[in-house]
Structures are given as structure tokens and as C-alpha cells.
Write a protein that binds this ligand. Structure first.
Ligand code: SAM
Length: 73
């Protein structure tokens, strides 16, 4: 239903990752992470683990965007 221009498509990599598994394939740190409306499915200890994992793959001063309905404790 959606087509991305070739020049943009060449700069994008789609990877499927299970957030609660400890085998994330990312190598380079991220400036920005969008993780919207996913954590709502995890209990508090799992949310913390995933947030710590996200923190580890981000650059210092990087930005994390989450959904408005997140329920971090
Ligand atoms: C409500 S949808 C949100 C989709 C999208 N992020 C958005 O904001 O429109 C929840 C998504 O969480 C994903 N999800 C649930 N558990 C996950 C997990 N352990 N690892 C990765 N994604 C997961 C589901 O596949 C689903 O796509």
C-alpha cells in the first residue's frame, strides 16, 4: 500500500526484533528511538529491562519517543 522513494529506501533497513529477547542485532548506537505503544504489553520488570536495553543502544543525549498511553512505573 505504501512505496518509499528509491533514494530513501536505500538508507532504510527493516529488521524484526523481539524486544524481550537479549539478542538484538544492532551494532551502531541510535540518535533516536521510536518505541510507541509496545511497552503497554509488558509487566513493570520487563519494561525496565527493555528500557535499559534501549538505553544501551542509544548515543549519549539520544532521544526516546514513546506512546502517550505508556504506563511506566
Ligand atoms: C499497539 S501496536 C503499536 C504499533 C506501532 N508501534 C504504533 O505505535 O502504531 C503494538 C505492537 O507491539 C508489537 N510487540 C508486542 N510485543 C513485542 C515484542 N516482544 N517485541 C517486539 N514487538 C512487540 C506488536 O507486534 C505490535 O506491532
Amino acid at each position: 500500500m505504501v512505496r518509499v522513494k528509491t533514494e530513501l529506501r536505500e538508507a532504510v533497513e527493516f529488521i524484526s526484533v523481539n524486544l524481550i529477547k537479549d539478542d538484538w542485532p544492532f551494532r551502531e548506537p541510535f540518535d533516536v528511538v521510536f518505541c510507541r505503544n509496545v511497552m503497554i504489553y509488558f509487566d513493570a520488570p520487563t519494561q525496565r529491562k527493555v528500557l535499559e536495553r534501549i538505553h544501551r543502544v542509544m548515543k549519549p543525549g539520544g532521544l526516546l519517543f514513546v506512546g502517550h498511553a505508556e504506563n511506566f512505573q
